[in-house]
Write a new protein. Structure first.
Lengths: 334, 337
């Protein structure tokens, strides 16, 4: 079996052109997806996570554009440099994308089967029958009657079924890098659990490198190996999921986890994070983007943006957390 | 219920409703003509009596003209009129005595249908294509220019365009005939000279009609395409790496769908002719026939022309509805008609 490709995002900056000038939605993000793992990206609305996901296909929509940095994918090179036909062929074939609101990601006028054949024709698939067979297999793995689904129009399928069709279309060309943008949003709990199980299974079966974007920490905890937390267009914490969720180092991650209500225990133990996430226009020009809502705010946070510090597989960008992480660092190296 | 049975039921329902609508319009126009102050039917009957006809003769002559008896109760007359309608008899023209209304309408229709149909289809194709480009290039100069051409042509009345074109191409730079449907030198029939002359004379009316309705199509198509461009499935198709041509077809098919109703209705409307164009280019079409029938108070002809317009629109509506069951899968499986 071929090995899963690695993905290295380096110093990626994406700006949106607004009446107030070009404002960064993603600023200087570094993120490495280890081959064969599922990386989750969580963050509030407007934290730049969907923009980050679109960058993996160099598909940031106007008025946005990638203004700097690179996205290296093994076997594909720097996606940011790809143009025209090269870029089109990479999309779908090398990088599968499950769309945010996948319920609406299908052409309402064509059957799923015809859209599948359009996909095959676009990527010069030599044997359409094999493609249909693969599609039916995938749909069957996801608990659907492949023949019936391929013969259906979008409006004849439920939300959960459409979501699975979206996943099938992202996987059927055997893309090794798969990006799922909010794959379970707007689905009921049972369907969510099913979709997450399918993602995990197919991921392992096919040796994929997967990126899951979500605002649902619970959903990502089910599937991911690593977790990246985004805030204000930056990755504030990144590491193995058990570490990040079990011992969050960044005050924002800590706040996020405290805000999750537990099934057991007192509901009043859940603490909402005070304040609002920044928008493109309210991002501070200098200093830490999180300081307005931060309990550990220090003088240095006003002027100096905290650089990401890596130790023990965990990366954190916080002046305050740097102190608490320091002992861990010593323990490892002494 | 099977799909076939559902479609049969649907067609039957449409036809029944169409017949009812035509009947309602025929009834209304019968009573309107019958109730016009000064009652033309009664007036004609009386004037024939004054000319020295016997009551029976005058009655028969009037009946021949209007398709119903001037005597008897309104109800009897109505039944008589409906009876002859069922036989396809619209009565005889007043202004051209002795000629069946159906014959006049048929002759005029042959002059109207082809030029107006050609103009409608041409403007539709042109407007829709340009509308797509205007939408895709909406932030550039080309898009601005196309949208401007649409607004401008949409705003200029059809007779101004017609007169302008005549002034340019028939007077200033006389390369096209200024009017008439065909040169009288040619023998009517399927010979190249006659057909060539027909086409030659049709150029200006068709171009006028095309320019006049092009603006509406381009503006409607542009806004539809912009709306579909914002739909998630277009971005999704691009992210799946579909070829540009295929994405374009997804876009165009979804955007053009709502325009088919308007197209079907304009084709239905063409039985009303285009009064301005026929007047300017001296085309003996349905529009001119209707205007002449009104000015010469030819009530039988008027009633017949109204009826043809009604039938045209009703049929176009039915065709549009059935067309949707073919081109829009959401309507097809909508089940209950």
């Amino acid at each position: 079996m071929e090995t899963a490709p690695g993905v290295r995002i380096r110093d990626l900056t994406v700006v949106y052109n607004t009446p107030m000038g070009e404002l960064p939605a993603v600023s200087g993000v570094d993120l490495t997806l280890t081959p064969g793992t599922i990386t989750g990206v969580v963050g509030e609305s407007g934290s730049g996570k969907s923009t980050l996901a679109l960058s993996l296909l160099n598909a940031v929509q106007p008025p946005g554009r990638i203004s700097g940095g690179s996205v290296e994918i093994d076997g594909l090179g720097d996606v940011v440099r790809l143009r025209g036909e090269e870029l089109r062929q990479a999309r779908g074939r090398k990088v599968g994308y499950v769309f945010q609101a996948a319920q609406n990601s299908l052409n309402p006028l064509k059957t799923i089967g015809k859209q599948l054949l359009d996909l095959g024709r676009s990527h010069d698939v030599a044997d359409p029958r094999a493609l249909v067979r693969d599609a039916k297999d995938l749909l069957a793995r996801m608990g659907l009657d492949g023949a019936r689904v391929l013969d259906s129009h979008q409006h004849e399928l439920s939300g959960g079924m459409r979501q699975r069709v979206g996943i099938m279309l992202a996987l059927v060309l055997n893309a090794k890098v798969v990006v799922l943008d909010e794959p379970t949003t707007a689905l009921d709990m049972i369907t969510q659990a099913t979709i997450l199980r399918i993602i995990r299974e197919v991921h392992e079966e096919r040796a994929l490198t997967t990126l899951v974007i979500t605002h649902d920490v619970g959903a990502v905890a089910e599937v991911a190996d690593a977790l990246a937390v985004m805030y204000g267009g930056r990755i504030v914490e990144h590491g193995p999921i058990a570490d990040v969720l079990g011992a969050p180092a960044h005050p924002y991650t800590q706040g996020l986890i405290r805000a999750i209500p537990r099934l057991s225990g007192d509901i009043s133990q859940a603490r909402a994070l005070p304040g609002r996430p920044p928008t493109l226009g309210t991002l501070p020009a200098a200093g830490c983007v999180f300081r307005e809502r931060c309990a550990l705010r220090m003088e240095i946070c006003e002027t100096v943006e905290p650089a990401p510090v890596t130790c023990g597989g965990r990366t954190v960008a916080c002046h305050a957390a740097g102190h608490s992480l320091a002992p861990v660092k010593r323990k490892e190296y002494v | 219920m099977t799909r076939g049975a559902a479609i049969t039921r649907r067609v039957a329902g449409h036809l029944a409703r169409g017949v009812v609508m035509i009947w309602v319009v025929a009834t209304v126009s019968f009573f309107i003509i019958r109730e016009i102050p000064g009652d033309p039917v009664q007036g004609m009957y009386e004037s024939l009596l004054q000319k020295g006809m016997s009551p029976q003769q005058a009655e028969r002559a009037t009946a021949v003209l209007y398709g119903f008896l001037p005597k008897g109760t309104l109800w009897d007359q109505y039944v008589g009129y409906m009876g002859s309608l069922l036989h396809g008899d619209l009565g005889q023209s007043l202004s051209t005595p002795g000629v069946q209304v159906t014959h006049l309408i048929g002759a005029a229709a042959s002059w109207t249908v082809l030029p107006v149909l050609a103009g409608t289809l041409l403007s539709f194709l042109l407007g829709v294509t340009m509308g797509v480009y205007a939408a895709i290039r909406r932030s550039g100069k080309l898009g601005d220019l196309l949208a401007l051409s649409g607004s401008l042509l949409h705003g200029i009345p059809v007779y101004v365009i017609g007169l302008l074109l005549t002034a340019i191409f028939a007077t200033l730079w006389p390369i096209l005939p200024s009017g008439g449907p065909v040169d009288v030198d040619y023998v009517p029939g399927l010979n190249p000279g006659y057909i060539g002359s027909l086409l030659y004379h049709a150029v200006l009316p068709v171009v006028t009609y095309t320019l006049a309705s092009y603006g509406g199509w381009i503006l409607a198509m542009k806004s539809n395409v912009v709306a579909v461009l914002g739909d998630d499935f277009i971005l999704a198709a691009e992210l799946r790496g579909l070829k540009r041509g295929i994405v374009f077809r997804y876009l165009a098919r979804n955007a053009i769908l709502p325009l088919f109703t308007i197209l079907a209705l304009s084709i239905g409307m063409l039985f009303g002719g285009s009064i301005f164009i026929e007047e300017i280019f001296n085309y003996p079409g349905l529009g001119l026939l209707l205007v002449n029938s009104i000015s010469s108070r030819d009530y039988a002809l008027m009633g017949g022309t109204f009826l043809i317009i009604t039938v045209g629109i009703v049929v176009a509506n039915i065709v549009a509805d059935l067309l949707y069951t073919v081109i829009d899968p959401r309507v097809r499986s909508g089940g209950t008609a």
